[in-house]
Design a protein around this ligand. Structure first.
Ligand code: ZN
Ligand code: ZN
Ligand code: ZN
Length: 381
């Protein structure tokens, strides 16, 4: 494989002030949403707000507690407190420990000065902890972050957009490398390994997925990569991404081994047109579901409506899949700074699949693509 790696400009690390500003923004958003506070457990919300990623999430409660007008507090098991003190944003939050044998939910109450009213809680909080809080504070109620603060992580600031753009450029460099390798006669799993190695070489710290769906396997959007040997004449869906400097990449291109048939070309053109139409529909104020509708309409008009079997896109940030979703029923309006995928596809069971995916950011004047490799079907060897 050629080594056309883009030298990755090291992203400047987030400062204590950056994390303090995020926590302040979250507290204000909570107040605006009529919430008494936020209970943030390990996962993307916690790492986004204070830079803390516990090495192992356990049944012991770890929670960042934010309440309007109070200083941020991080409650961690005493044995993990030294780790928490090394978190990137540790300087912006006061950390307290609770020791085995103590009641961590009572400790939450002490740190929040009582738990009364409605709180936002991380989407992925363990039921164990939520039930513990409800039992300990019968007057409290909880709602998922996505429901009460949908814009908090969905709208990226300029630095976040640049990190996502850098991750996208690295994924593009990976596609250009992979388009040069031999496909015919090799297993999907071998191409997947090439993709993973290339993502890492291009600056990713983590590979989240490497989909290689050849021939009939491409018709299953969730097929990852198996032992099927790729043959001349196969369509191959390549969908890959991960994290670079803490922000995600996710792009799909569908290639063909050797010369495609007229039908294969046509299906690919339809998907590409659907992707382009949805991209052109991006502007502030447009509802997320409209992006899905625009892509779906193109595919429906071409006669393939029943073969587009998933939503058109998802948000991306410190994770590779997150709200908002470009899906029927999502009325959330696009806001400058929202970053999400546009990834329509057509899946012909038993035959082949085609998907084209770019990450797009909504700007004041419309969409900006963060993936820029050619979207025409690439012929590979
Ligand atoms: Zn073919
Ligand atoms: Zn993808
Ligand atoms: Zn995606």
């Amino acid at each position: 494989m050629t080594s056309s790696s883009v030298p990755s400009a090291a992203a400047s690390p987030l400062t204590t002030e950056d994390y303090a500003a995020r926590m302040e923004r979250a507290s204000r958003a909570a107040a605006d949403a009529g919430l008494a506070g936020l209970v943030v457990t390990p996962g993307p919300d916690l790492s986004w707000l204070c830079g803390y990623r516990p090495t192992a999430e356990t049944e012991r409660l770890t929670a960042l507690l934010l309440a309007p007008g109070r200083e941020p507090r991080l409650l961690a098991p005493t044995l993990e407190k030294p780790d928490a003190e090394h978190a990137a944003g540790a300087g912006a939050v006061r950390i307290s420990g609770w020791t085995d044998g103590e009641d961590p939910y009572r400790a939450v109450g002490d740190l929040l000065g009582g738990v009364e009213g409605r709180y936002g809680v991380s989407d992925n909080a363990w039921a164990l902890h939520l039930l513990g809080l409800q039992r300990t504070f019968p007057g409290s109620r909880y709602a998922a972050f996505t429901e009460v603060l949908p814009m908090l992580r969905a709208v990226k600031d300029a630095h976040e957009v640049e990190r996502l753009a850098a991750a996208g450029a690295a994924a593009d460099a990976t596609f250009e490398e992979i388009a040069q390798v031999r496909f015919a006669g090799r297993r999907e799993s071998e191409i997947a390994a090439d993709l993973a190695a290339s993502l890492l070489r291009n600056g990713h710290s983590q590979v989240d997925f490497t989909v290689v769906g050849s021939g009939p396997n491409g018709a299953n959007p969730h097929h990852e990569a198996g032992e099927r040997v790729i043959e001349e004449g196969d369509m191959v869906v390549l969908d890959f991404g991960g994290l670079k400097d803490g922000y995600g990449s996710d792009t799909t291109r569908t290639v063909h081994v050797g010369e495609p048939t007229a039908e294969e070309r046509k299906v690919h053109d339809v998907v590409r047109e659907a992707q382009q139409a949805a991209f052109e529909a991006v502007r502030p104020g447009v509802a997320c579901q409209e992006i899905d509708r625009v892509a779906r309409q193109v595919i429906k008009e071409a006669g393939y409506g029943e073969y587009f079997i998933h939503r058109t896109g998802h948000g991306i940030g410190v994770t590779t899949h997150e709200p908002p979703y470009m899906v029927e029923g999502e009325h959330l309006p696009l806001v400058p700074g929202m970053c999400f995928s546009i990834e329509p596809g057509i899946y012909l069971p038993g035959r082949f699949g085609v998907r084209v995916e770019d990450i797009v950011v909504c700007t004041e004047s419309g969409g900006r693509r963060l993936n820029n490799t050619a979207r025409e079907m690439r012929v590979v060897a």
